[in-house]
Write a protein that binds this ligand. Structure first.
Ligand SMILES: Cc1cc2nc3c(=O)[nH]c(=O)nc-3n(C[C@H](O)[C@H](O)[C@H](O)COP(=O)(O)O)c2cc1C
Length: 412
C-alpha cells in the first residue's frame, strides 16, 4: 500500500506536502468519485485518511479507499477515539477536513451539532478545535433546493465552514470535480484566513445588449480584475459569489458563479445575491446604454440603421438601498482627465451611490484597464484620502484592494 502511495504522491505539485487531510465520505452516489478525489489530493502532496459514514461504507468499499490512500480507513469510532485523534489538537490531528461527497443528511446533522457517525463525530470535534472544514455537497437538485437544507448550509457558512458549489446538471446538484476541490483545499491551506465567515458579492466582465438576435453592443471588459478579486477574497476564506458577464477570464473554483448576459440580468442577480452580503465589489462593466427596442428578427444588412439607446439602471446606486449593511466598493474607469476632474467625479460617485471606497483606474494608461494582465489604481475613501497602487499584475492589485477593504472598512 505504501509503495502505491509513494508512486503518485506529489506527482502534480507539492502544495499539500506535509499536509494531512481527512477525506470524509458520506452516502451519496457521488461517493464513486471519492477515490479520484483522494488521489488528486495526493498528487499534490497530501497524506489522506478516508473516514466513512455508516451508510457510505455500503456504497463504496473501504478496501478501495485503503488502497487509494495507502492508509487504514476509519469506519467507526473505537476505543482509539479516532474523532479526537484526527479532529483534536494533538499531533495526529489533520490540517483540513474535506467532506466529499456530503449528503443533505450529514450537512443538516453537522448544523445541529449531532455526532452519530465517524464523520459527524470527527466534524463536531474539528469545529471545536478550529480545524478548517470544506464541504462538497452532492445530491438531487430538489434536495439541494430544500429550504431547510439551504438554511443549514447558511448556518455552517456563517461559522466559517467553506462550501464548494455543486454543478447543477441533469436534475442533480453534482459534486464539483476532484481538480476544483483540490484547488480550494490548496487555497484554504495557503491563505491568510482573515475573511472567514464573510460574504463577498463581486460583479465582473462586460454585459451584452441585443440590437437584433445576432448583433450586440458590448465593451472591452475581460473580467480579469473581478476574477482576481474573487480569487483573493476566496483565498482569505470569504464566501464569494461572482456575478459574471461574458468575460474571458476563467472564474475561480470555489466561488458561486452566476452567469449573466445583460445589464438588466446583472442587476436582478445582484439584487438576489446581496441578501446577507458583507461586501459588494462592483468590478463588472455593465453597459450604460441598451437598445430601447431590440429587433425580434435579424436586420437586413443593406439598410441604414438608427438604433435608439436608453440608459440602463446603475447597479451601484441600488446596492445600499437593497442592503444598507453591505460595504460598497465602486470601480470607476476614467479615460485621461485632470486630477481635479477625477476628484469631482469620485465625489459625485460617493454622493450618488453612498459607496465606502472608490477604485479609479485610468484606462488611457498603458497596462491599465480593459483586457490587460496588469492594472494601476487609486483607491479613494469617503474623506477623499487616496491610496495608490502602482502598475502590477491584476492579482497583486486585487491583494492591495482586499487589504484596503479589510483595513479601512473593518470587514473582519
Ligand atoms: C444509492 C444511493 C444514493 C444516494 N445518493 C444521495 C445523494 O447523492 N445525496 C444525498 O444527500 N443523499 C443520497 N442518498 C441518501 C442518503 O444515503 C441517506 O440520506 C443516508 O441516510 C445518508 O447518510 P450519511 O449522511 O450518514 O451518509 C442516497 C442513497 C442511496 C441508497
Amino acid at each position: 500500500m505504501l509503495g502505491e502511495r509513494r508512486a503518485i504522491t506529489g506527482s502534480k505539485g507539492k502544495e499539500l506536502q506535509g499536509r494531512k487531510i481527512a477525506l470524509c465520505i458520506t452516502a451519496s452516489v457521488a461517493a464513486m468519485e471519492s477515490p479520484r478525489i483522494a488521489r488528486e489530493l495526493m498528487r499534490h502532496g497530501a497524506d489522506v485518511v478516508a473516514v466513512f459514514s455508516d451508510y457510505a461504507a455500503k456504497l463504496v468499499s473501504p478496501e478501495l479507499m485503503a488502497w487509494a490512500t495507502g492508509n487504514p480507513v476509519v469506519k467507526e469510532i473505537t476505543g482509539k477515539i479516532e474523532h479526537v485523534q484526527l479532529g483534536g489538537r494533538g499531533e495526529d490531528a489533520v490540517d483540513i477536513i474535506l467532506i466529499a461527497p456530503c449528503t443533505a443528511n450529514t450537512i443538516s446533522k453537522i448544523a445541529k451539532g449531532i455526532s452519530d457517525s465517524a464523520v459527524t463525530s470527527l466534524v463536531s470535534c474539528a469545529i471545536g478545535s478550529r480545524i478548517p472544514i470544506l464541504i462538497a455537497p452532492g445530491m438531487h437538485e430538489p434536495m439541494y433546493e430544500n429550504t431547510i437544507i439551504k438554511q443549514n448550509i447558511a448556518e455552517l457558512k456563517a461559522l466559517g465552514i467553506r462550501f464548494i458549489e455543486p454543478v447543477i446538471e441533469e436534475g442533480k446538484a453534482k459534486i464539483a470535480t476532484a481538480e476544483a476541490i483540490t484547488k480550494v483545499a490548496i487555497q484554504m491551506l495557503s491563505a491568510k484566513r482573515t475573511l472567514a465567515g464573510t460574504k463577498f458579492v463581486i460583479t465582473a466582465g462586460p454585459t451584452i445588449e441585443r440590437i437584433d438576435p445576432i448583433r450586440i453592443i458590448t465593451n472591452r471588459s475581460s473580467g480579469k480584475m473581478g476574477v482576481a478579486l474573487a480569487e483573493t477574497a476566496l483565498q482569505r476564506g470569504a464566501d464569494v459569489t461572482l456575478v459574471y458577464g461574458p468575460g474571458t477570464a476563467e472564474p475561480p473554483a470555489g466561488a458561486k458563479v452566476v452567469r449573466v448576459e445583460t445589464a438588466e440580468q446583472m442587476l436582478s442577480t445582484v439584487k438576489k445575491e446581496l441578501v446577507g452580503a458583507d461586501v459588494f465589489i462592483a468590478a463588472g462593466a455593465p453597459a450604460d446604454f441598451a437598445p430601447e427596442k431590440p429587433y425580434a428578427k435579424k436586420l437586413a444588412s443593406k439598410e441604414t440603421l438608427n438604433v435608439k439607446l436608453k440608459p440602463t439602471q446603475k447597479i451601484i446606486d441600488q446596492v445600499k438601498k437593497l442592503n444598507k449593511n453591505a460595504k460598497l466598493v465602486a470601480f470607476k474607469a476614467e479615460y485621461g482627465g485632470s486630477s481635479a476632474e477625477v476628484r469631482k467625479k469620485v465625489q459625485e460617485l460617493f454622493r450618488n451611490s453612498k459607496a465606502d471606497l472608490v477604485v479609479v483606474n485610468d484606462v488611457s494608461k498603458a497596462g491599465a484597464g480593459f483586457g490587460t494582465e496588469t492594472n494601476e489604481v487609486a483607491i479613494y475613501n469617503t474623506t477623499m484620502k487616496i491610496k495608490k497602487l502602482g502598475l502590477a499584475s491584476k492579482r497583486a492589485i486585487a491583494e492591495g484592494i482586499i487589504e484596503e477593504i479589510i483595513l479601512q472598512l473593518k470587514v473582519r
